[in-house]
Design a protein around this ligand. Structure first.
Ligand code: 8YV
Length: 321
């Protein structure tokens, strides 16, 4: 019997994922679930054949250079791959895989949650009840922004953006979008394409950010671009925090230029900009887009499918490097 490959598992992933990892690999599981910094990651990877990781660990060019030569594949429990220097991974001959598709629905669901939560002032309503401040119904209480019939501008019409569009059509919203390339009509489903993302902003009574956090898109939504949005627009971000300039969005929420924001992701997570904490018109969640047991299991199984393929000498289906 040949020895099982040695797999470093950097976080305490859901039980079913850990069980399968322990069944098929000589798995070294981070049971304490403490985030490994670069030095600890490199030390723990000594003698390992592969790593099952996620976006809490960073694989910069420097880390990749120091990663033990025994490590030949890294499967990340995420669709986002901005925690990797993909070019450096390629140069090192490291195989890297991610988890597309399986978190599309749960992330699109959370987008609708923060969109509705922001527009309909759900945080303020919750707070009123929990702090025992509700003195009774009144006709002008917590009047929000109407959703039905509004224009939704989707920045990034990949799998998640399109799943948001499908859900938003159920709320009678009209879909506008920007994407690096225009979609085929069967994927576009009647949505209006804007080749220039700034043109999209002009239409976006609601803006949903669903694009990857590429370096060119860093702080895309800044003070100047916020001014392109319709007055009292609603902004949602369920993609990545650095796509938004927090100072600019907080100022716009304070002034009312932006009526409300629904945010699941933040620059510098988990240390979010403190300015958000006291804003009643910010509906905030702690990066929960993929947080259903079904989704997290599926993400873990996808990582293991990719590693299984790699060790069987097949091309991993979700290879990104
Ligand atoms: C993950 C995510 O939970 O998959 C992604 O890119 O943003 C999240 O859904 C997180 O990144 C864990 O690695």
């Amino acid at each position: 019997m040949t020895a099982k490959p040695i797999l470093l598992v950097t976080r305490k992933f859901p039980d079913a994922v850990l069980e399968r990892a322990a069944r098929d690999y000589d798995a070294r599981i981070n049971q304490a679930d403490e985030v490994y910094g670069p030095d600890e990651l490199i030390a723990r990877a000594a003698g390992c054949d592969a790593i099952l990781t996620c976006s809490t660990e960073t694989y910069s060019a420097e880390v990749l250079e120091r990663l033990p030569a025994s490590v030949r594949a890294v499967a990340t429990f995420s669709v986002g791959i901005e925690h990797f220097d993909i070019e450096a991974a390629r140069k090192r001959g490291l195989v890297v895989t991610n988890t597309p598709d399986v978190l599309t629905d749960s992330t699109a669901d959370i987008t609708m949650l923060v969109l509705l939560g922001a527009a309909r002032r759900a945080y303020e309503g919750q707070r009123m009840l929990r702090e025992n401040q509700w003195v009774g119904w009144n006709p002008n209480q917590l009047l929000g922004v109407h959703v039905s019939g509004k224009k939704l501008g989707i920045l990034g019409m990949g799998r998640i953006g399109r799943a948001v569009a499908r859900r938003a059509r159920g709320f009678d919203m009209t879909i506008h979008y920007h994407n690096r390339g225009r979609l085929d009509p069967e994927l576009e489903q009647g949505a209006t394409y804007h080749a220039d993302p700034e043109d999209l902003l002009g239409e976006a009574e609601f803006l949903s950010i669903n694009c990857p956090a590429s370096p060119e898109m860093h702080h895309f939504l800044d003070a100047r671009r916020i001014e392109l949005l319709p007055e009292r627009a609603i902004v949602t971000n369920t993609a990545r925090g650095p796509l938004v300039d927090d100072e600019a969005l907080i100022a716009a929420l304070e002034s009312g230029r932006v009526a409300a924001a629904g945010l699941d992701v933040f620059e510098g997570e988990p240390n979010i900009h403190p300015g958000y904490r006291d804003l009643p018109n910010a509906f905030l969640l702690p990066h929960m887009g993929s947080a259903t047991l079904e989704t997290r299991n599926a993400m873990g199984f996808k990582c293991l499918d990719n590693l299984d393929a790699f060790f069987a000498g097949r091309e991993p289906p979700d290879r990104v490097a």
